[in-house]
Design a protein around this ligand. Structure first.
Ligand code: FEO
Length: 183
């Protein structure tokens, strides 16, 4: 009898449907994969002597980790379990710095599409709290896609101009330092 009272008192009722929980856990995995990808890109730039790009991409990697953690906090706030999955190794191939940013842009477009799909699912499942949470991610993706698209376009224009590439690397490094100081 006492056991029944205890169990019912402490029973954890998830406040999201299973399908939404699964989709959120999948998105967390995608954000960690994105963090891994940016880390690989940052390392490529570092060993090719583009320290500004390396720094910018490392900060981006940390932001993607923050996105995963933000979704984790939301899941836990809704009494839902975090189900961690293996993080796939980055598969993007690049041999030049412009290719790194072109790959970054493709990655951001894929994340945006995934967030849109998640939003659509949350709407279908009437997961209204998830819709509010996901609006932040939709706005964030608009900003991230635009930023990476602008950088990718600049690298594409400068790819045969070594001094221009060095200047752009310096700009990216300076921006990274400003953002780090502001946080
Ligand atoms: Fe969190 Fe830019 O994807």
């Amino acid at each position: 009898m006492l056991d029944d009272v205890f169990n019912s008192f402490f029973k954890i009722e998830p406040m999201l449907s299973e399908v939404v929980q699964k989709a959120l856990n999948d998105q967390i995995n995608m954000e960690f994969r994105s963090s891994y990808s940016y880390l690989a890109m940052s390392s490529f730039c570092a060993i090719h002597n583009f320290p500004g790009c390396a720094s910018w991409l490392q900060i981006q990697s940390e932001e993607e980790n923050d996105h995963a953690m933000r979704l984790r906090a939301f899941l836990l706030d809704r009494n839902c379990p975090l189900v961690l999955q293996p993080i796939e190794a980055p598969s993007a191939k690049y041999t030049t710095i412009p290719e790194v940013f072109a790959a970054a842009l493709q990655s951001e477009i894929a994340v945006s599409q995934s967030i849109d799909n998640l939003y659509e699912l949350a709407h279908k499942e009437k997961a209204f709290a998830a819709l509010v949470e996901l609006q932040w991610f939709i706005s964030e993706q608009v900003e991230e896609e635009k930023t990476v698209r602008d950088i990718a376009a600049k690298f594409e224009m400068l790819k045969d101009d070594p001094s221009g590439l060095i200047d752009l690397d310096g700009d990216l490094g300076a921006r990274s330092a400003e953002e780090a100081a502001a946080n």
